[in-house]
Ligand binder design. Structure first.
Ligand SMILES: Nc1ncnc2c1ncn2[C@@H]1O[C@H](COP(=O)(O)OP(=O)(O)OP(=O)(O)O)[C@@H](O)[C@H]1O
Length: 290
């Protein structure tokens, strides 16, 4: 069957005309998009463009003022979120918080837990250990922690791990249930160079898995986008301005507009790289005499 006649994979995520206001600010402005089952989509955009908010809408953590969102065949608002969340693996930046703040910020795991217990909370989609994991579940958690390079930290509380180690533990938690959908929000923040490459390799393994999970990767770093990702979304001021294959979207003009500075994109070793061509702060430096 040719690509033209092959039916499109059923969507893992589909949202239409999603608008979200908070405190009088328009954060998402009528965004629509679709990710087919098993596809990888990278979401790029400047600070404050609305990337995390969009991912939180998909997770049912924030409610849009308008619009319809379907995730893994379920319409948000008409489905039991707890059940749905068990099918989704999430990595975000909010791991090093105490329990009071956990509820307020939507953090995903209680950082006082030891690494194995923290990973096991992924089986129950809870932030803390409210249910006792089985021995098999603890073994699976330990195995994943070894795979992400934390075999020597199994019984350490997350609070006592470095930022990069916490990040790896949270990735293990996200993957422990073999989720159908994985949402990674800046998963390499705080990782050192080998740590980042290790995480990107784990991402490549995930993309090679069968059945292949759907992946939404939110990042600021063009070089982290798998060159063969199905699509790249560019976000600017709460709108999805571009949606297409990497070669089409990762262009000088589109990225310069999205980041508000003149950039040059290159392609090497199967990945895209970006350099700032003109320093947007040069005027400010001149003004302060540096
Ligand atoms: N609860 C809120 N009330 C008011 N404004 C908010 C709220 N949450 C987010 N915002 C604003 O919405 C905008 C988008 O925030 P969001 O965190 O989604 O951006 P982002 O693209 O993920 O940014 P970053 O790259 O810095 O993580 C920002 O300007 C932010 O200040």
């Amino acid at each position: 069957m040719s690509d033209a006649t092959r039916p499109a994979a059923p969507p893992a995520i589909q949202f239409e005309n999603v608008t979200l206001h908070r405190g009088g600010t328009l954060i998402l402005d009528g965004v629509s998009g679709r990710i087919g089952g098993g596809e990888t989509v990278a979401l790029l955009g400047a600070n404050g463009s609305g990337k995390t908010t969009l991912s939180r809408v998909m997770l049912g953590q924030m409610w849009p003022s308008e619009g319809v969102v379907h995730v893994l065949g379920e319409r948000l608002g008409r489905t039991e979120l707890r059940k749905l969340r068990r099918r989704i693996g999430v990595v975000n930046g909010a791991t090093d918080l105490g329990p009071g703040e956990l509820r307020r910020t939507g953090a995903i795991v209680d950082a006082r837990l030891d690494a194995v217990s923290a990973v096991c909370t992924g089986f129950f989609a809870t932030v803390s250990q409210f249910e006792k994991p089985t021995e098999e579940q603890r073994d699976a958690a330990a195995e994943l922690l070894r795979i992400v390079g934390l075999g020597h930290r199994l019984s350490h509380p997350l609070l006592k791990l470095s930022t990069g180690e916490q990040r790896r533990a949270v990735l293990a938690r996200a993957l422990v249930t073999k989720p159908e959908l994985v949402i990674l929000d800046e998963p390499t923040a705080g990782l050192d160079l080998p740590g980042r490459e290790q995480l990107l390799a784990a991402l490549a393994d995930l993309r090679a898995a069968r059945p292949r999970p759907t992946i939404l990767l939110i990042t600021h770093h063009v070089e982290e986008i798998p060159g063969d990702a199905e699509r790249v979304w560019l976000m600017q001021a709460g709108r999805l301005t571009h949606d297409g294959p990497p070669a089409e979207v990762l262009q000088n003009d589109a990225l310069s507009a999205a980041f508000g500075c003149d950039v040059r994109v290159s392609h090497d070793h199967g990945r895209y790289w970006v350099q700032v061509a003109a320093n947007p702060w040069a005027g400010a430096r001149a003004a302060v005499g540096t």
